[in-house]
Design a protein around this ligand. Structure first.
Ligand code: HEM
Length: 556
């Protein structure tokens, strides 16, 4: 019987059979997976798509990302998902595009809390993420889970003790190079603050990590900075275009990675050539992050991976937040006035002013309100990702009313957006309840923090929460606070700049809405031009230490 069948089969028939078997197997597997999901919990509203593997949805996302429309895209994907119309306040949806690439998108604080703390062990970066990022970040803190992650966390902890972050001297050195550049050029007063802050934070971060800054403020064309920028950009694409990222070429990516590694390697060689006795933790000896790391491990690969991870974490995050903050300040003169009043009372303005200490920065309430408001409206990790590590659930968003737990199989991707959550009007007092003051949640208004508004738990998490909370939070707040104070001690007036090189560059500001580009982190999608004008009562004295003594505080 079998012999007769084999004898009669033609190549065409064989192909048709194989295709049939392939589809049948796929269908059966899909049914099995769907049953497993239903056994674990409910399904969330389904994001709509027409083509196999949701190719049309992925394509639309690529276009939206290119046009800086990520927020609108994900918000409307959730609101227009099949089944969302019967839910009061849809915050979660799923994209079930095949057998193994189900993605849940959520902005619900209950789910975010579960991911980051309550069900921390069930969700992590996952193997897929680790594999996609390994060339860039190796086995460092950002890309690992479990034991590997925990060891990294312990390794870097000593660098973020209070003892170290109170030392603001490091920033002063670089701010002295930044401040004159903010004045613009003879051709245009308007300066795009984004590249300047990127150079400033790169110099400060390399100084902190390696003991020697890249000095990119003095010499903008540093090869390392260019290579780092390209690698981040490409890694962002590799991250976003899962599961089709294997189509992206890695050649230029690897060439630039090599430039980065070649830059870092001599520092590692130098520190490894020191005898262990020279790597003491004696605080009286100026020790860099690299020295501290080498105290615990002499493995050059681990040193390279952790350094790169901290550089990534510490550079764009603060540069971007400062850029958005300056953009908003230049459009809100009354906020500049109030902040300068606070600075004036505490530290003074102009050439005879004092530089802020850690305690000054911590006690300046209006400064804190400005930084809170900036990280509320522009959290630098607007969309974050976790993979399910075991069969589990998310607490809410499933079923017809959207209030049941969602069943989650291992390897399911969860995208959570703190940015959409932090801008959601449902979490703010509505205009009718706000009496004299109504602060639109979509707008940058630091006053909301001064008038008794306190976000409910897990509704303001720009630095994440739970065991993976950002260890650099205090360092970042000190760096950003210090930088703002020092700039406003020198420049009394900030204005929106046109920045097209015409005339003095002062204009009505960037036309249209602010564009936000999502790469690995949030970035401005266009120039953020500001005009800085010196304080009438005296201004920058040419970098001769016009801000008084550099103060350093150490904890008792
Ligand atoms: C405005 C400034 C910053 C913001 C808003 C911010 C935010 C965040 C967020 C949301 C995460 C969680 C990422 C995830 O779980 O996937 C994170 C992680 C991290 N951040 Fe920051 N960050 C900032 C600055 C810094 C700085 C200056 C440093 C170091 C110098 C730093 C070091 C880290 C590290 C090492 C992690 C990984 C923690 C872990 O996975 O356990 N961050 N940050």
């Amino acid at each position: 019987m079998l012999e007769i069948l084999v004898a009669q089969i033609t190549p065409v028939k064989a192909c048709v059979c194989l295709v049939g078997i392939f589809f049948l197997a796929g269908l059966l597997r899909r049914l099995q997976v769907s049953r497993e999901n239903s056994r674990l919990g409910e399904r969330a509203p389904r994001i709509r798509f027409q083509l196999p593997y949701a190719i049309d949805h992925i394509y639309q996302y690529v276009v939206a990302n290119h046009n800086c429309q990520d927020l609108v895209f994900w918000q409307s994907s959730i609101l227009n998902a099949q089944g969302a119309s019967s839910i009061d306040h849809p915050q979660t949806a799923e994209l079930d595009a095949g057998i193994s690439n189900r993605t849940i998108v959520t902005t619900d604080p209950q789910n975010i809390r579960a991911l980051l703390t309550g069900q921390f062990a069930d969700f992590g970066k996952g193997e897929e993420f680790h594999r996609d990022w390994k060339e860039f970040l190796g086995d460092s803190i950002f890309v690992t889970d479990g034991e590997l992650w925990s060891r990294s966390r312990q390794l870097i902890r000593p660098m973020f003790t209070r003892d170290r972050i109170v030392d603001t001297e490091l920033f002063e050195k670089h701010i002295q190079h930044l401040i004159p550049l903010l004045a613009g050029t003879p051709d245009s007063k308007a300066v795009d603050v984004v590249p300047l802050f990127l150079r400033y934070t790169l110099d400060a971060a390399t100084d902190y990590l390696l003991g020697e800054g890249t000095n990119s403020l003095q010499n903008p064309a540093t090869t390392f900075a260019e290579a780092f920028k390209y690698v981040q950009h490409r890694q962002g694409e590799i991250f976003r275009y899962v599961p089709f990222n294997f189509l992206l070429s890695r050649t230029k990516f690897r060439q630039n990675l090599k430039i980065m590694n070649d830059f870092i390697q001599p520092y590692i060689d130098r520190v490894l050539s020191l005898p262990p006795s020279d790597l003491t933790q004696d605080p009286s000896k100026p020790s860099t992050f690299l020295h501290a790391l080498a105290h615990f491990t002499r493995d050059p690969q681990i040193l390279r991976d952790q350094l790169t991870a901290i550089l990534l974490a510490g550079r764009d995050t603060t540069a971007t937040t400062l850029s958005f903050c300056l953009y908003e300040l230049s459009r809100n003169p009354s906020v500049v006035q109030s902040l300068r009043a606070e600075i004036s009372t505490r530290l003074g303005l102009g050439p005879s002013s004092k530089t802020p200490t850690y305690t000054d920065l911590k006690e300046m309430k209006y400064l804190a309100a400005i930084l809170n408001e900036t990280t509320r409206l522009y959290p630098v990790v607007p969309f974050n990702l976790r993979y399910a590590l075991s069969p589990t659930t998310l607490p809410t968003g499933g079923g017809p009313t959207g209030s049941s737990p969602i069943g989650i199989r291992p390897h399911t991707r969860i995208i959570y957006s703190t940015m959409l959550m932090q801008r959601d009007p449902a979490y703010y007092p509505p205009p009718e309840e706000s009496k004299a003051y109504y602060y639109d949640p979509g707008k940058w208004i630091p006053e909301r923090w001064m008038r008794g508004w306190v976000p409910a738990p897990w509704r303001f998490v720009p630095f994440n929460g739970g065991p993976r909370i950002c260890p650099g939070q205090q360092f970042a707040l000190v760096e950003m606070g210090y930088t703002l104070v020092r700039i406003l001690q020198v420049y009394g007036c900030l204005r929106a700049g046109r920045g097209d090189g015409r005339g003095d560059g002062v204009g009505e500001g960037v036309e249209g809405d602010l564009r936000m580009r999502f790469e690995i982190t949030l970035n401005p999608g266009s120039e953020l031009n500001c005009v800085f004008e010196r304080d009438d009562g005296g201004g920058y004295d040419g970098g001769q230490g016009g801000g008084g003594d550099v103060k350093k505080e150490r904890s008792a």
